[in-house]
Each structure stands twice: as C-alpha cells, then as structure tokens.
Ligand binder design. Structure first.
Ligand SMILES: [Fe+2]
Ligand SMILES: [Fe+2]
Length: 392
C-alpha cells in the first residue's frame, strides 16, 4: 500500500492585530477530501508572526490567552527587533514574533478511519499575532488511502474490460516442458484446472436472488462476468495441459468437497468458500509459475494471479456490504470461522500440492504464513468495513 500526500494552503483574512480563528472544520474538510484513511495531518502557519495551537475554542479562554500573551510579551518592552540600531525590520513587530514563538508554528494530529483524532474540547486554532492581513496556513495530510468500495457497475465494467483483454501467451513453449517438470506439476495442475472450471449455477442463482432483493442488478451481471473470467482461467490451463501432454481430469475428491460446501447455504457462504479458494490461489499460482521454466505457464500464472487479486477484492467488498449493519460481534465470529475454513483448506492444499508449493515455500509454516498474510491484506483493504454505501 503506497503513501499518499495531499497539501493545501488555507488563506485566512484577519481583521485585528491579535486574533484567533477556528480552523477545525476546514482542516477536517481537507482530511475528508484527501481520501486518506490512516495517517497524519500537519498544520503549520506560514508566517513567523502567527501560530497554530490545539486547544479549547471558548471565548473566555481565548480572552485569557490574549491577556497572557500581552502580559508575557508586553508591547513597548524595549525589544531589539524594533530598534533600528540592531534590526533592519521596519514593522516594529517584535511582540508578534515573540508571541508566535511562545505558541509554536504548528500541530500534528493522527488521522484514523479517515477522520482527525482530537479530544472533545480540542480545536485547531490559528493565532494571528500580526494582523490584519491574509494569513496562510499549510495543511499536509499524509498516509494510506481509505479503502474504497466499488459500485457493482464499476465491477461489471472492470470484468468486461478484463475479458476483452486476454493475455498474450507464448503457447509454442508449452510443448517444450521437460519430463521432470511435467511430473512435478501434473497432479497439481490437473486439480486446479478442474477447480477453475465451474458453471457457477448455484452462485449465479444466489447472486440473482440477492440482486432482486437489494435492487443491485449490476451485482448479478458482475458475478456472471466473474464466473466467465474463472472459466477463462480453466481454458488457459486446459490449453496448456493439452499442449504439454498432461491429461485433463473430471473429478477429484477435493474439488467435489469444495463444490458441495459452496452449495450448502446462500450467497454469503458461497462467497466465503470462494474467497478461501481465491486466497489460496494467490499463494499457489506464483509457486506453479516457479515450478517450471516454461514461459507459457509463467504467463498464464501471472495473469491468473492478477485476476485472483481482483476477485478477492470483489468478494471482500460484497461481504463487507452484507455485514455492514450487523452487530460487530457477529462479524468477528464470521471472520473467525473464515479463518478456520482457510486453515483447513490450506492444510488440504499443502498435502495435495506439496511438490509445487515447496518450490517457493521452504515449509508448511512458511506457506501458512503467506496464506495468513493474504487473509489479513484482504480484510484490511476492503472486507472490514464498507466506505461507500451499498450501491442500491
Ligand atoms: Fe481463477
Ligand atoms: Fe478467482
């Protein structure tokens, strides 16, 4: 996740020599418009005679602050900055500098969940010490962007574009795979090719039902295109297997269990089971790519890995929407069950595909760490909470 930096300069018209302005709403607006979810905001006066502070915006307290400034740094205090024998400044504004120095030029606050973190009585206050003038304040928001939930129409367009841009595969290299490479990947690629190949009847039906209930017709269309993309993966792997002399299979017990579990309940369960497969696929395909030196297989794996990344996001966002209005404890239980499902599925995949997974993972523990990382990344980037409202 890359860091984003947004900078704005707020211009403030002041009318008095010593004046306070509450900048909080404008800074909250900058933070909100930045789209940054987690980070910091730095607010800094761009003048040596103005300060920014974090304190209570209360008239009586601001009067006290004014009196304190005047008492601590009185006008006519024989300041050298105002004396032409020592200074070339013609503004006679030593008190403005000194008062600004007492308060400091800036404040820095955390941004969490896209909002400024501040106490109930804390406001960001500009302390103008040398008005009237246009007093400028720099606001810099820095951090990682708030995960955005795409509308179903955006997903539909995304899958459509993806389907219109098939990968370029150097197919001629498939036949050059060595016997040793073929034996290493044979059983593994057979099972994954079968897994990618699904008509998705149950998922289609559940998505249509959900779309009808929620009024989000584009979700059903997006799901349709998602299924086509998965079928495209099966077609790529199948063509490679044909050229490389690896027979296609029609049944494995792992695939049968996976298909059965997916059909047990409604859309949410189907998505959870699919998501488990997608997360494992994100760990598996780079290993399959590394298991042979075949350019065709590498290109296929690169494309599938990329697609699986968007599938994970597609599913996580929908789960977040479905769970948005539920009690947090129910979501926590659902996440714990999903983690359990991932652990079980990851273990089965390890024992069935160890020769391929061993190419990039030194041990089962190392492989499991990668699966967990994928899980955490998925639910951090879109599955934990929806930022935009449900598209209906
Ligand atoms: Fe796939
Ligand atoms: Fe997928």
């Amino acid at each position: 996740m890359s860091t984003t930096i947004i900078r704005r300069v707020l211009k403030n018209e002041t009318r008095q020599r010593l004046e306070f302005l509450n900048l909080t709403p404008r800074i909250e607006e900058v933070v909100s418009e930045s789209g940054i979810g987690e980070g910091t905001v730095m607010v800094q006066s761009l003048h040596s005679t103005a300060a920014t502070i974090l304190n209570e915006w209360q008239e009586a307290l601001l009067d006290d602050l004014r009196r304190m400034m005047e008492a601590a740094v009185p006008a006519g205090g024989g300041w050298r900055h105002d004396d032409p024998r020592y200074s070339d400044c013609t503004r006679a504004n030593a008190v403005s500098h000194l008062r600004a120095m007492l308060l400091g030029p800036g404040v820095m606050l955390p941004v969490v969940d896209g909002r400024l973190v501040r106490g109930t009585w804390q406001s960001i206050i500009l302390a103008e010490m040398d008005g009237p003038r246009t007093c400028s304040v720099s606001v810099q928001v820095m951090g990682v962007e708030q995960p955005r939930v795409r509308a179903s129409e955006e997903w539909e367009a995304w899958f459509r574009r993806s389907l219109e841009n098939p990968p370029e595969i150097p197919w001629e290299s498939a036949a050059r795979i060595t016997d040793e490479e073929r034996e290493r990947i044979r059983a593994s690629i057979q099972e994954f090719q079968l897994g990618e190949q699904s008509e998705g009847r149950h998922l289609r039906q559940a998505a249509r039902e959900y779309a009808r209930r929620s009024g989000d017709a584009a979700y059903a269309r997006g799901t349709e295109l998602f299924i086509r993309e998965e079928q495209g993966h099966a077609a790529l792997l199948g063509r490679f297997m044909d050229l490389a002399g690896i027979a296609r299979v029609r049944h494995t017990w792992v695939d049968a269990v996976f298909r059965h579990v997916r059909k047990l309940a409604g859309l949410e369960t189907s998505i959870c089971v699919l998501l488990t497969a997608e997360l494992i696929a994100k760990v598996y395909y780079p290993a399959l790519a590394a298991a042979t030196g075949c350019p065709a297989l590498r290109a296929i794996c690169a494309r599938i890995s990329k697609d699986e990344g968007s599938h994970v996001q597609f599913h996580c966002e929908r789960l977040a929407m479905m769970r948005a209005r539920r009690a947090p404890v129910r979501t926590c239980v659902a996440l714990a069950l999903q983690r359990l499902l991932l652990a079980g599925a990851a273990a089965v995949v390890w024992f069935h595909h160890e020769p391929v997974l061993r190419v990039t993972h030194s041990s089962m523990a190392d492989y499991w760490r990668c699966c967990q990382l994928e899980f955490r990344a998925a639910f951090h980037s879109g599955g934990r909470r929806p930022v935009l409202a449900e598209s209906n």
